[in-house]
Write a protein that binds this ligand. Structure first.
Ligand code: 4AD
Ligand code: MG
Length: 461
């Protein structure tokens, strides 16, 4: 019977004495004169399967030499081992080498630094840490769809290549087929009318604007896909290619969308508790001690809400050495966010109503004429996890804001139509998917939660 380690572990009592057939990769192979032990991993679970073998195997001497990384087919019988650490093992009757792995295999059984592992991103999923991280990443992605499906949201695929700058921030990767050596020119400038799309195009920074269009037909929609930002910031929290979850809801205000954020975060964490217990224990033991308790606490409490203005005052009054001073109108630096989440609120916090100058053009202007109805969810460790807002639904105000911020109106007529025809009070948010993985696992560097990360000056594989 061909089976996975996960299946065997969940049902080993029934399988006692039965012939088992497994395939996987050697983690370790310890050989002691008469017999040996192989720790095999097949990717179905974080845990390995112990295989015992002895001289009854015709290829016993060869097997004793198989090193870490070899791929094997193993046949054997399941036996209980009540005295040992693991409750059972497989007594091998046949071990076939599928793919050899000589001693130059970089993942020999010893501790490796994360930096080293980043340089072998094609092999690192075979380590315990990355096995756990990417299993949780996969689980979270499924959970996101499950959450929105249960709530009757429509899943929309927003475009990857776009003609508009959704954030108005200009950090975009250009998409072109023009000859970089000799681009066609008109009046001294590159003539994009000769380009593939007949206009300038770029990779999307957010699917929000298109989600707003769909929200005005389906009411509750979300997109979940890759987004691209050409920010030249080399931090532990910024990637050039990352995934974002962006729900958009018509007839919803800021408070409604904050409730949705909280419900979603808690749902995702509960799913991880349910579906990745071993992985969570691993993170709690080896990556971020106290992680389980931290997540439990979040599930059991209401997320704090703090006005931006009050957040600034808290930071100004803090008995703490900050590198940067802050006053009303400034964005929060990482150290400020950290102070709010780790020291002041000791947990996640919604910061709401931000100065309009430091936020995007589409956010709804508050009655004070100074702030917009924006929300950032800050969490310990990953900083800004979610950014969202109530959208400006009033056409004249939106047009004025776009003009002030230099957002080209010609390109955005379709977006303004959403205000012209059956506009609604509506709101949405973006969850940085990698930051969520970082928060749940406790892994501090975004490069270590993306299979093949793309960051400033790095695009290997
Ligand atoms: O705050 P941001 O820029 O908001 C938007 O893009 C809105 N259009 C979202 C919306 O309202 N629909 O990005 C949203 C989230 C951030 O809170 C952060 O978690 C993540 O996306 N994020 C990044 N994650 C990794 N690398 C980067 N360079 C990121 N930039 C933003
Ligand atoms: Mg933001």
């Amino acid at each position: 019977m061909k089976t996975s380690i996960k299946e065997i572990r969940s049902d080993y009592e029934r399988l006692v004495g039965q012939e088992i057939f497994v395939q996987g990769w050697i983690k370790t192979n310890r050989f002691q004169k008469q017999f040996g032990f192989i720790n095999l991993n097949d990717g179905s679970a974080l845990a390995n399967l112990q295989i015992v073998y002895d001289a009854t195997l015709p290829n016993f001497e060869e097997v004793a030499k198989f090193g870490a990384g070899c791929s094997l087919t193993v046949k054997g019988t399941l036996v209980l081992t009540p005295q040992a650490k693991q409750p059972f093992e497989i007594k091998a009757t046949e071990i076939i080498l599928e793919g050899d792995s000589p001693s130059t295999y970089p993942l020999q059984p010893k501790r490796h630094t994360r930096e080293f592992l980043r340089e072998i991103a094609h092999l690192r999923p075979r380590t315990n840490l990355f096995n756990a991280v990417f299993r949780v990443r996969s689980l979270l992605a499924h959970a996101i769809h499950e959450f929105f499906r249960k709530k009757d949201f429509i899943y929309l695929h927003s475009p990857i290549i776009t003609g508009s700058d959704a954030e108005g921030a200009g950090d975009m990767f250009q998409v072109t087929v023009l000859d970089m050596e000799k681009p066609p020119k008109k009046d001294g400038k590159v003539d994009y009318s000769k380009d593939f799309f007949g206009k300038h195009a770029n990779l999307t920074v957010s699917g929000q604007l298109q989600a707003e269009a769909f929200a005005h037909a389906f009411k509750k929609v979300y997109t979940f896909g890759p987004t691209f930002r050409a920010e030249k910031s080399n931090t532990t929290r910024h990637a050039s290619e990352f995934w974002m979850v962006e729900p958009e809801v018509a007839f919803a205000d800021l408070r409604d969308i904050m409730d949705l954020i909280e419900e979603m975060i808690k749902f995702l964490i509960r799913q991880v508790f349910e579906g990745a217990k071993e992985e969570l224990e691993f993170f709690d033991n080896f990556v971020s001690p106290g992680k389980i308790e931290q997540l439990r606490k979040l599930l059991d409490s209401k997320i704090h809400v703090c006005e931006y203005e009050d957040a600034v005052k808290i930071i100004q009054k803090a008995d703490h050495d900050f590198e940067h001073k802050i006053s009303f109108g400034d964005d929060l630096a990482t150290e400020h966010e950290k102070y709010l989440t780790d020291v002041h609120f000791k947990g996640p916090v919604f910061v709401i109503n931000w100065p309009k100058e430091i936020k995007a053009f589409y956010m709804r202007l508050n009655d004070d004429n100074k702030t917009v109805a924006a929300v950032d969810l800050l969490v310990p460790g990953s900083g800004e996890l979610v950014g969202g807002s109530q959208r400006e639904e009033r056409l004249e105000l939106l047009e004025r804001r776009m003009a002030e911020m230099g957002v080209p109106a010609e390109e955005m007529q379709w977006y303004l139509d959403l205000r012209r025809f059956g506009g609604t009070v509506h709101s949405g948010f973006g969850l940085g998917f990698e930051r969520m993985v970082m928060y749940v696992t406790g892994v501090e560097n975004i490069r270590d939660v993306i299979p093949f990360p793309r960051t400033y000056r790095n695009c290997d594989y």
